[in-house]
Ligand binder design. Structure first.
Ligand code: FES
Length: 157
């Protein structure tokens, strides 16, 4: 696991693409925290696939850098270490267990809260890995921790 600040902007695609590093190093690190422009993003390599998403959890800003990864309903999800919220790696969907906790015989019933965490696109070119920041319009809850107010809140906790 490592941390880096990236300012180099690549021209792989239109949009804001950043070179985040060498593929081999990122695979070895498994999780890498990068600052792309003014956004803090975690790049994850898991089971042969790269993912990138806002690093601070939409719920209360917990860092997803060291979150476990579990498969839930055929979706790979990162589990925020802070309060165990589950977020799908591919879409940033908030997933929750809607089972009745009093009924122990009932199998878990996983439901979606919709897209909560902003995910970014990862591209590999000639052994280098680039992240293109999401331009999905509208507010996604994890955007809060990328604002000045949200960042100030992270410093307080
Ligand atoms: Fe991530 Fe609460 S901050 S689950």
């Amino acid at each position: 696991r490592r941390s880096a600040t990236m300012s180099e902007e690549a021209t792989v695609e239109s949009g804001r693409s950043f070179l985040v590093g060498n593929k081999k190093d990122l695979i070895e690190a498994k999780r890498t925290s990068v600052t792309l422009g003014d956004r803090v993003v975690v790049v994850i390599h898991h089971q042969g696939v790269f993912y990138a998403m806002d690093q601070h959890c939409y719920h209360a800003g917990g860092s997803l850098l060291n979150g476990d990864i579990e498969e839930i309903n055929n979706k790979l999800c990162i589990v925020c270490p802070k309060h165990k919220y589950k977020i799908s790696l591919e879409e940033g969907e908030g997933i929750y267990n809607a089972s009745n906790p009093k009924d122990k015989d009932q199998p878990p019933c996983w439901m979606s809260k919709g897209i909560k965490q902003r995910v970014h696109k990862v591209t590999e070119v000639d052994g280098n890995v680039y992240v293109t920041l999401s331009v999905t319009p509208g507010w996604i809850e994890s955007d809060y921790y990328q604002t000045e107010k949200g960042r100030a809140e992270l410093k307080r906790v």
